[in-house]
Design a protein around this ligand. Structure first.
Ligand code: AMP
Length: 179
């Protein structure tokens, strides 16, 4: 977890590769659906381009599907999900159905000034000034409370500084995970 531009995708990819486990990124899955022009992609597009969250039902559908087809024996990494308390609650049900539980949340900590700098130079289609502002607002209002929620639901939240050398940040993540 972490604010937009914190490096979730970059660190998530490195970690999944290192551990040899699949990474399920709701952002990547949605962007692929958008490119493919599927009904889900068409529905998600207006939310993504406005910096809003795609409705919880759509997101839980994506993750439910991914977990249903997951044959990694429970070793997987979720990237950019959950982003609302309702999604966290939905995930709890999906995991319980399969006798699974989360080992930990990795929370990438990056301050607002650095986030602003990164997003304004990243150049992704949904990175316009208005969209960036809205995504940060939505992060604060809807996603940050998820960290506290996990703190109250017996899941370790490991906060790791997300600034500096990419490999060093990865090393810190592995260390905090005890790997
Ligand atoms: P990301 O690549 O993770 O920054 O996601 C890009 C966009 O996809 C977000 O700004 C949201 O519009 C949407 N999105 C991705 N993951 C989620 C999620 N878990 N819940 C709601 N919307 C999401």
């Amino acid at each position: 977890m972490g604010p937009p531009g914190a490096g979730k995708g970059t660190q998530g990819e490195l970690l999944a590769r290192k551990l040899g486990i699949p990474r399920y990124s709701t952002g990547d899955i949605l962007r692929q659906a958008l490119r493919d022009g599927t009904p889900m992609g068409v529905e998600a597009k207006r939310f993504m381009h406005a910096g809003e969250l795609v409705p919880d039902g759509v997101i839980l559908g994506i993750i439910g599907e991914a977990l249903q087809h997951d044959d990694s024996g429970g070793g997987f990494l979720l990237d950019g999900f959950p982003r609302t308390v309702a999604q966290a609650e939905g995930l709890q049900v999906l995991l319980a159905d399969q006798g699974l539980a989360l080992d930990a949340i990795v929370n990438l900590v990056v301050d607002d000034a650095e986030i602003g700098k990164r997003l304004s130079t990243r150049g992704r289609k949904d990175d316009t000034v208005d969209t960036i502002r809205r995504r940060l607002e939505v992060y604060r209002a809807d996603t940050r409370p998820v960290l506290e929620w996990y703190g109250n639901h017996d899941t370790r939240v490991l906060s790791v500084k997300g600034v500096g050398d990419i490999e060093e940040i990865q090393a810190h993540i592995l260390e905090r995970l005890g790997l």
